[in-house]
Every structure is written in structure tokens, then in C-alpha cells.
Design a protein around this ligand. Sequence first.
Ligand SMILES: Cc1ncc(COP(=O)(O)O)c(C=O)c1O
Length: 393
Amino acid sequence: MNDVKTFCDTYYVDRKQTDSEKWDGLEEKFGQGNLLPLWVADMDFQIPEKAREALMERVEHGVFGYSKPSDTYFDAFINWQQKRHGIELKEEWVRFTTGVVNSFNFIIQAFSQEGDAVLVLPPVYYPFFSAVEKNNRVLIHSELRNDGGAFTMDFADIEQKIIAHNIKILLHCSPHNPVGRVWTRAELTTLFDICQKHGVLIISDEIHQDFIREGQEFVSALRLDEKYQEMLFVLTSASKSFNLAGLLHSHVIIPDEEKRRRFDAHLEKVANNAQSTMGMIATEACYRYGEEWFDSLQQVIEHNYQIIRREAARLLPKAVVSDKQGTYLAWLDLSSYVTEEKMTEMMQERAQIAIDYGSWFSSNFGQFIRINLATKPENIELAMTRLADALTN
Ligand SMILES: Cc1ncc(COP(=O)(O)O)c(C=O)c1O
């Protein structure tokens, strides 16, 4: 607990009136400004000191013209991937974009046609749906199986949908937001075999790759058999791990040369010079110097997750808290306590918390909520007390 307290005392900040979407966008998003915000996935913590210093040095320099990635950038990024995840990354595989959501939109645009079908595995990060639909592709769902809060892929259904709809692309979340699964090598291999058999390209969104719970092993798509690399796009960013989302910097990793060429040609059309100077500076510094900060942050997230488990067991014993293997998000099934129709009233008017509603991730999960754990423990305690009061009184 001491480390948790020290981390929060050092890095937690009051973000009200800083134009924070999470804190200052409540009225706009929820129609109520008085809620405790535990929704959108960013953190209430400052970034590591060294990253702030690197940014300040650039501010002092005072020039913000076009930039290009340096050798030291690649060094820091490739080392992090190697050391933390055992990924052997080649510099020439890496492309830059101004965000992971942009990245999967670009790939869908470049590697499928209007009317083509794209498969997603809900409940899942909802911008996956809009990326498919707004690009006039056909959105096909293969829902995860929920066995008492333990989520798995339904491989028979996935293969059947791929065949029935002539799926061109699978948009996959690994680790999985919101259910918190860290997919095993065996699961990923089965999934990738099915996709390869039917010529389906895979976008593996690995933005949550660093948030892996002790005892779990994250297996990047880049660590599976090399034979899958011809069909693969891997998306990463330091933006979740180090709270840099506003700096608009992310990576698209494409091992296949032909696919890189096609991606580059598309990027030239839609996002010329898609690189953020400050994003690159912060990312390099975080990967180079941020390991200790990150490991302490993980303790805060674990501590907060344990508060949810403990308080749910004590006050809401029929709530099902999914096993959070990865991410900094808790996923709760409240169906024993609240109907979907009463959800907004319970969460907003009574508990006064702003969470991500399960219905945003799938129409079949309207009695679930997602709680963002990347804040100080007091906020999580308060949310659980209010939630229990609302649901049981
Ligand atoms: C799975 C997933 N992909 C992408 C993003 C957002 O990425 P970006 O801000 O780089 O567009 C999030 C944010 O929560 C996410 O959970």
C-alpha cells in the first residue's frame, strides 16, 4: 500500500477545469456535470518526470516544425517491445499515425472495399463498430462467450461467420477491452489458423499490451508463428501505458513488405506527415526512462481492482466481477441488481458515477458496466460505496 500511496501522492492530479474530456466533458456526454468520472480510458496521473523534462526541453527550444523519428527513438521503442514482450521488431516494419483509432480506420480503407464484411468480437471497444460502419463496410459480430464472467472466443461461430459473410478483415483487441482477457497463445493460434485458412487479414489492436496482471503472459501477434505475418497489422502506442493520448502518436507494425507499400500509399492520400513531434518526444522518454513509473502504476491498478473485488463481494455479492487479466478496466455484471432500463437512473441519478455502459460495447450487455481503475483508490472506494447504496437501497 505504501508504494500505492507514494505513487498517488506524487502523480495524482485534480484534472477539473483542464479541458479534460473525462472530467470536464461530463455534462456533454452524460447530461450531468456532478458525476464521479470513471469512464473514458485515460488516467488521472502525471507522466514520468523524465518525459515531462523532455517535453519541456523542446518547449524551451521553441521550434515545432516537421520532425522525423530519430535512431534513438527506434532504439527505445524496439527495446521496450523486446524487453517487456519478447517481440523482435524490425525498424522497417514500423509506421507512425496520430492514433490507434485512426490506424484501424486507415487499414480498413486501404485493405477492403465498400460493402466488404469486417468481423469484430463484442463486447468490444466501440470505435471498432464505427470504423467499420462509417467506412461503409458491413459489420459482423461474433460475440464472446460469457461463462459466469469468464470470456472466451466462440471459434465455431467465428469460422461460420467468416464463411457466411466472406469476411475480409478481423478487427481484434488483444488484450481485450472491456472484458480484460489476455488471450493465450493457444487461443490466438486457433483464431489465426481460422483466419489464414479463409484469407482474412488481422488487425491486432495491442494498445493495452503493457497492462498485464502478474501471472499472465501477453502474447503479441508478432510472437506467434511467422507464417501469420503476411496477414498481420499490429497497432501499439504508449498512449494508454503512459497517459499520452492527447499527444496523438502511435505505431502501425506491418511485417509484410507488399502490405507496407499499400499502407504507405494510402497514408499519403489521407494523412500526409502523420507524426506528432511532442508525441514522439514523450513516447521515446517514457519507453527509455518510464519503466519504474509504470511498474508502480501497475500496483495502483491492482490495488484498485482488489477494492472492486472486495467491495463487490461485501456489498454486492451477486455482482460478477470479471477476472481482469489485462487492461486498467474492471468489467462488472450487475444483472442481479438492475434492469437495463434502470441503468442510467441507477448510475447517474442515484450513484452519481460516470462509467462506460455495457450497452456501448454490445447490445447484449446492457446490465454491465466498465470502471476505469487508473485513478486514486479513494475514488474507487467512493464509487463502490455509492454503487452499492444505489443498487441495494
Ligand atoms: C482497444 C483500444 N484501441 C484504441 C484506443 C484509442 O487509441 P487512440 O487514442 O490512439 O486512438 C483505445 C482507448 O481506450 C482502446 O481501448
